[in-house]
Design a protein around this ligand. Structure first.
Ligand SMILES: Nc1ncnc2c1ncn2[C@@H]1O[C@H](COP(=O)(O)OP(=O)(O)O)[C@@H](O)[C@H]1O
Ligand SMILES: [Mg+2]
Length: 222
């Protein structure tokens, strides 16, 4: 049996009050899992908890990935640096993702390799001609593509993406979908993404988790 990339057991998430509880699921290598559910349910909270940005209330998240810095997070609010260029924003991902191995151990090779990774990731999202543009001059959809390039440049073992297709027209959404699918397939990483549009979730995901299932568990405890 393959070892899951992440295993979530009896997880309760929330803030000073629980939002959702008894969450259980695994993500296996090469698997794309979608999270659906109505607005305000706790989808972003779940991703942020898995990413380690907010503490879990109880339960277990088993994963080696977080420790190794292998999570590529595409937040709902993209968190790009608006005055900095596309290149520099993608570099913020590549900085921790490029592996320094014995052949490329010296700093010069490392920075050359990093620059290749950044340019490749930007090219993959179709923004090579904008690589030196500041983020503030890009459209919402283009900014979303930069955030995707930033996550991929990190060479993640688990991609976490929050409504990452919103603001994209069909053409751009399809581009990003095929890019991310190809990345997951080739690198055998896992992907967990939030998508309120169920049709779109079905188009991308191997499996869909409806978070409203876990809302019942909280209510039942009250
Ligand atoms: N920092 C916070 N502190 C307290 N409550 C929060 C915080 N962030 C979000 N919430 C609340 O948690 C609930 C779930 O939010 P969120 O995870 O963003 O939902 P979704 O992504 O499913 O729309 C909402 O009721 C929201 O108001
Ligand atoms: Mg959200």
């Amino acid at each position: 049996m393959t070892k899951p990339i992440i295993r979530i057991e009896n997880l309760t998430i929330g803030y000073d009050y629980p939002l959702l509880s008894k969450i259980n699921f695994n993500i296996n290598p090469g698997e794309i899992v979608a999270i659906t559910g109505t607005s305000g349910l706790g989808k972003t909270t779940l991703l942020r908890t898995i990413a380690g940005l907010i503490p879990k209330l109880s339960g277990k998240i088993y994963s080696d990935v977080r420790r190794r810095g292998g999570m590529g997070y595409i937040p709902q609010r993209l968190g790009l640096v608006r005055h900095a260029s596309v290149y520099h924003n993608v570099e913020l991902g590549a900085r921790c993702g490029v592996k320094v191995n014995s052949e490329s151990g010296n700093l010069f090779n490392w920075s050359k390799r990093k620059s290749v990774v950044i340019r490749q990731s930007v090219e993959q999202v179709g923004l090579s001609d904008k690589i030196n543009e500041p983020i503030r001059r890009l459209s919402g959809g283009q900014q979303r593509r930069v955030a995707t390039a930033r996550a991929i440049a990190q060479n993640p073992e688990l991609v976490l993406a929050d409504e990452f297709l919103s603001e994209l027209d069909k053409e751009n959404a399809d581009l990003i979908i095929s890019l991310v699918k190809e990345y997951v397939e080739n690198s055998k990483c896992g992907m967990l993404f939030v998508e309120h549009n169920v049709e779109r979730a079905e188009q991308i995901a191997d499996r869909i988790i409806d978070l409203s299932e876990f809302e019942e568990a909280v209510n039942a405890e009250e």
